[in-house]
Ligand binder design. Structure first.
Ligand SMILES: C[S@@+](CC[C@H](N)C(=O)[O-])C[C@H]1O[C@@H](n2cnc3c(N)ncnc32)[C@H](O)[C@@H]1O
Length: 471
């Protein structure tokens, strides 16, 4: 701990303990928006695993990959990444190679992360891998696990996962309870590593970054530069203040945010947004983000339940909207969303597009214009239109989402920045498409392919709020 404190002191930070939150990271000087507060390499990390989307274990790139010829599980982009990873992978490779091929292929990233955690601890104790003040197993031991608070079902799952780790490592002295507890630590401390466009690439454990607590109105954000986790200030943080990031998507109502935090992180948030729960401006915000809109579509008022419970009253014009009418549209939206999820997994883009358009029409009748679910439908339509390279219509949908983003991601939020960026790219693509159509492009010396695809940028947005990992 002393070593950590003196390493942090050099970065103008200090670790303290608060009775209601446990450890926290405080500043010892002012930090300004955009400034890096702290950065850290992962103690252990693994790339995501999805069919047809393999990544290098070293740098997480998905191009020019070659499989490890011994274990056939791990991929590398070249000898540089392979050599850097060799001390750890040599042991992992031997362990994986003992499994039959089917079992080997079914090893999930979470299991691999745990196997790597134990192998790194072993190599540290044998002094093969050096420890540092900010990256060592003692810091992993200090992470909160909430093991005594998690439910029976989750415990059984962790115990099963621990057996698989044991099967892979085959260490006679291994402590199964400790592995299960470490899975519980991963659940509330591991981070999803994203690329510059906020697309998820993998999962990593960053023991110092994990000291940072949550706020739904954070003063900092966590982003990644390769595998390096970087925490930047998004507000002026005064000397002595706590560094706070958000563990979840801050766009939801207080109830939605609280639910996500209690389910995965097992605490009740008391940030400045959450303490307003039940107050009139919080009720109004929830009704706008997740509630219904006035029967008079021109009114734009939000609704609150009437005292007799028979309907909803517009808080601007006083018109009552029938509960039964709302229920009918809401259930139609729900069943269409269920169907579209099935049809989109079958890969029929055109059909999916038409269904989302129908859902949008219904949601416009039902939801407030700042509704998050309506915004999500617009994002789906935007995504499909971009995949079809229909830049003009995609631009129209992207513009529709901007006011909602401005409302739900205030200040220097990276998601808002990326949405502006997508919009800007679409403006440019639409202009280029127009130039092509009127025969002007060659004089500019540019063509559409010269630019970064907005589809790629957009896909990143979807993954960002998975910055914490659900096991
Ligand atoms: C990643 S850890 C943060 C560091 C942690 N405080 C510690 O002592 O190691 C996440 C855990 O910290 C606690 N925590 C984080 N933010 C909190 C908050 N705003 N209020 C109360 N507890 C919080 C919860 O127990 C949560 O599961």
């Amino acid at each position: 701990m002393e070593e950590l404190q003196s390493a942090l002191k050099e970065r103008d930070l200090i670790v303290c303990t608060l009775p209601e939150k446990g450890r926290c990271l405080l500043t010892t000087r002012d930090f300004y928006p955009g400034e890096v507060i702290i950065s850290q390499e992962p103690y252990v990390c693994v790339p995501n695993k999805s069919s047809g989307n393999r990544r290098c274990d070293g740098c997480f790139t998905s191009s020019n990959l070659r499989k490890c010829s011994a274990c056939h599980v791990v991929w590398y982009c070249g000898s540089t990444c392979q050599k850097l990873d060799w001390k750890l992978h040599r042991l992992e490779c031997q362990a994986l190679s003992r499994l039959d091929m089917d079992k080997r292929k079914s090893v999930t990233p979470s299991i691999r992360l745990m196997v790597k955690l134990y192998l790194r601890r072993k190599l540290e104790s044998e002094k093969v891998i050096p420890t540092t003040a900010t990256n060592n197993y003692n810091l992993v031991e200090a992470l909160v696990s909430h093991i005594s608070d998690i439910d029976e079902k989750q415990l059984v799952l962790y115990a099963q996962m621990a057996s698989l780790v044991n099967l892979i490592l085959q260490w006679p002295e291994i402590n199964m309870k400790e592995i299960a507890e470490n899975f519980s630590k991963f659940a509330c401390n591991a981070h999803t590593i994203c690329d510059g466009e906020l697309r998820p690439l993998g999962t990593g454990l960053y023991p110092v970054i994990s000291i940072i607590n949550h706020s739904c109105l954070p003063n900092s954000v966590l982003v990644f530069e390769g595998r390096l986790a970087v925490v930047r200030a998004v507000q002026h943080i005064t000397q002595g203040a706590e560094v706070l990031i958000s563990y979840i998507d801050t766009a939801g109502s207080t109830m939605t945010r609280q639910k996500a935090l209690t389910e995965q992180y097992l605490f009740t948030c008391t940030c400045p947004r959450c303490i307003k729960a039940g107050q009139s401006d919080d009720i109004q915000e929830s009704a706008i983000l997740e509630g219904y809109q006035c029967k008079d579509y021109q009114c734009n008022g939000f609704l609150l339940r009437s005292s007799d419970g028979k309907g909803f009253i517009c808080q601007r014009c006083g018109v009552v909207r029938d509960k039964e009418e709302i229920r009918k549209i809401a259930s139609e939206v729900k069943s269409m969303l269920d169907t579209v999820l099935m049809s989109s997994s079958a890969g029929n883009h055109q059909e999916t597009f038409f269904m989302y358009q129908k859902i949008e029409t219904l949601q416009r009748k039902l939801c407030h214009p700042f509704s998050i679910s309506l915004m999500q439908t617009c994002e789906k339509l935007l995504e499909i239109l971009m995949e079809q390279q229909n830049w003009r219509e995609a631009l129209a949908y992207c513009r529709l989402t901007i006011p909602v983003y401005q409302r739900v991601y205030p200040g220097f939020h990276p998601l808002l920045g990326l949405q502006y960026y997508t919009c800007g790219k679409l403006e440019w693509q639409s202009l280029l498409a127009y130039w092509h159509s009127v025969g002007l492009p060659k004089s500019t010396g540019m063509c559409v392919q010269d630019f970064y695809s907005p589809v790629e940028v957009y896909k990143g947005l979807k993954g960002f709020w998975a910055t914490r990992t659900v096991l």
